[in-house]
Write a protein of this length. Structure first.
Length: 204
């Protein structure tokens, strides 16, 4: 039996992200289109620019960022979590856009949701949700935190792992925001702000 103990960096109130390693996962990609709204753009093409921009913002604040993909390529579901493990990442954040199945009335179903499996990820999920709700009230409040999720990308225990459903492709307002460069920038800014708030909270 091998026991590995990871010691987190000493919090730096002036630069909370300095010395942090984070894996960001733009959901889907390649042969995996994800969902699509009435405008026809697949989920994989909406979440990639949001995640790439969030990576830029976090790097600018001193974090080391690993991306599971940077282009429209297929990445295995379990390979994404393995990358976070292999790189010794402190966090794994997977970025998606939600959709209702056919036959469901989409009216009024909108806004962000954050999925996580383990209690250790709750503070990160809460910080990300608060940042999305504060920065993008026009998304709608969503149904919020989704603990105990049985998802491949939230089950890893090497680090707090969360899956962000930024908004609903089946809601016209959410869809317009997700498709617009301005909306994608706001989402990226909110994700980066949520990560920063999480680490600031650890330093208290």
């Amino acid at each position: 039996m091998r026991l590995t103990i990871r010691t987190p960096p000493t919090p730096n109130p002036a630069q909370p992200l300095q010395g942090r390693t984070i894996t960001l996962d733009p959901g889907h990609g390649g042969t995996q289109n994800g969902g699509a709204g009435s405008l026809g753009t697949p989920e994989k093409d909406l979440v990639l620019p949001i995640t790439l921009r969030a990576a830029e913002l976090l790097r600018a604040q001193g974090a080391t960022i690993h991306l599971t993909r940077t282009t429209d390529t297929t990445v295995g579901l379990y390979d994404r979590g393995q990358l976070a493990h292999d790189t010794g990442s402190d966090l794994l954040i997977s970025v998606h856009a939600n959709a209702l199945p056919d036959g469901r009335d989409p009216r009024g179903i909108r806004g962000p949701e954050i999925y996580y499996t383990h209690p250790q990820a709750q503070p990160l999920a809460a910080a990300l949700l608060a940042a999305l709700r504060t920065s993008l009230p026009d998304l709608g409040p969503g149904t919020g935190l989704k603990p105990g999720a049985d998802l491949a990308l939230t089950r890893p225990t090497s680090q707090p792992s969360v899956l962000i459903e930024t908004g609903y492709l089946t809601d016209p307002g959410n869809l317009r925001l997700l498709n617009s460069p301005a909306g994608q920038e706001r989402l990226a800014q909110a994700i980066a702000a949520g990560v920063l708030a999480y680490y600031r909270g650890l330093g208290r």
